[in-house]
Structures are given as structure tokens and as C-alpha cells.
Design a binder for this molecule. Structure first.
Ligand code: SF4
Length: 187
């Protein structure tokens, strides 16, 4: 049985155990209190996959969105999507969280913050963000170098190693796999 992840732990987890694609979405939500559809789908399904319950997910999105909009608007326009991700609305399918391939090949437009940062971010912005996170310069250099060569998932694996202070060189093919590998190391 999978552990339930309380939303009160997400800020810590986003730093320690999220791949960069999800950390970026989490930070965007915390600062903008809003997120466009593509991001809500990518992050919402990831949260479901790591073990956040539907009730907690609703509370999580509601608490952020209602910082800048009425509760009524949230309930009418956004709560449906959260329940939809959990298969409680519409066709009631059990939607699975997106794989790296799907995220990397997704279309990302202006103002969007979903996608894979190794694929969709401008390398200089990515570099500054990694330095801001406190990664050492050699690690940042290696990650950016591989990113520029177009090996996005290998860059992600290096990000994993730098975040956890290990040298595993894991093959990363799913954000939820990244999360689980991280949790194994931390626990
Ligand atoms: Fe996310 Fe996969 Fe990109 Fe890593 S390689 S940041 S897990 S989409």
C-alpha cells in the first residue's frame, strides 16, 4: 500500500525529492497562486501519483487559487479539473501521470511553466536557477553541458545526483520514478 503524502510536506519534498519539472511547477504555484491548464494537468497527476489524496489535492489547489480569486470561481472553474484528474468527473478514466517522453514532447507556449526544464528552458535561465538553488559550479556546468547536447533525461539524472550528493547515474524516464528513487535514498 502506498503511503499517503500530506500536502503540508510538499514544500520540503519539492526541494528534496521532486524532479526539476515538478519543483518548477510547485514554486510557480506558490508565488503566482495560479497555473495554466497544462501545468495543472502535469503537476496534478504527479501529485496523485506520489500519494496525495483527492481531498488534499482539492485543498492544496483551493488554498493557493483563492489567494487571488473567489472561492466560488475556484469551485466552478477549477475544482472539476482536480476531480477529473482523479477519475471522478467526465469519462472517469484513471489518468496516469505523464512520463518524461510525454512531457518533453509536449508543446509549451509563452506563460506556460509546464514541460521539462532541460528541454524547454533557455539554458542561461536554467543555469542561474541551479546556481540559485545552491548547486556547486561543477555540477551546474555538467548539467548545462549535457542539456545543450539535447540529452535531457541524462541532465535530469545529473540533477538527481547533485541534489542527493550521490553518483548513481540513474536512467530517469518518469517524474514519479524520480520521486520514488529519491524517497528510497532519504528514508
Ligand atoms: Fe521531469 Fe523527466 Fe524532464 Fe526530469 S527528464 S525534469 S523527470 S520531464
Amino acid at each position: 500500500v502506498k503511503a499517503v503524502i500530506p500536502i503540508e510536506t510538499l514544500d520540503t519534498l519539492s526541494v528534496k525529492s521532486y524532479p526539476l519539472c515538478m519543483r518548477q511547477l510547485h514554486e510557480h504555484l506558490r508565488t503566482a497562486h495560479h497555473m495554466k491548464h497544462g501545468g495543472r494537468l502535469q503537476y496534478g497527476l504527479f501529485l496523485k501519483g506520489i500519494g496525495v489524496t483527492l481531498e488534499d489535492s482539492l485543498r492544496f489547489w483551493r488554498e493557493e487559487f483563492t489567494k487571488i480569486m473567489d472561492l466560488d470561481k475556484f469551485e466552478k472553474q477549477y475544482a472539476y479539473n482536480v476531480r477529473y484528474n482523479y477519475g471522478k468527473e467526465g469519462s472517469k478514466r484513471n489518468y496516469t501521470p505523464f512520463s518524461c517522453l510525454k512531457i518533453i514532447n509536449n508543446t509549451v507556449g509563452p506563460g506556460d511553466c509546464h514541460g521539462c526544464p532541460f528541454r524547454h528552458c533557455e539554458p542561461n535561465n536554467l543555469k542561474n536557477r541551479l546556481i540559485g538553488y545552491g548547486f556547486d559550479h561543477q555540477a551546474v556546468h555538467d548539467i548545462i553541458d549535457i542539456t545543450k547536447k539535447g540529452h535531457y533525461q541524462i541532465a535530469c539524472s545529473k540533477y538527481f545526483d547533485a541534489s542527493h550528493n550521490v553518483d548513481l547515474g540513474l536512467g530517469i524516464n518518469h517524474p514519479n520514478q524520480y520521486f520514488e528513487e529519491s524517497q528510497k535514498l532519504i528514508k
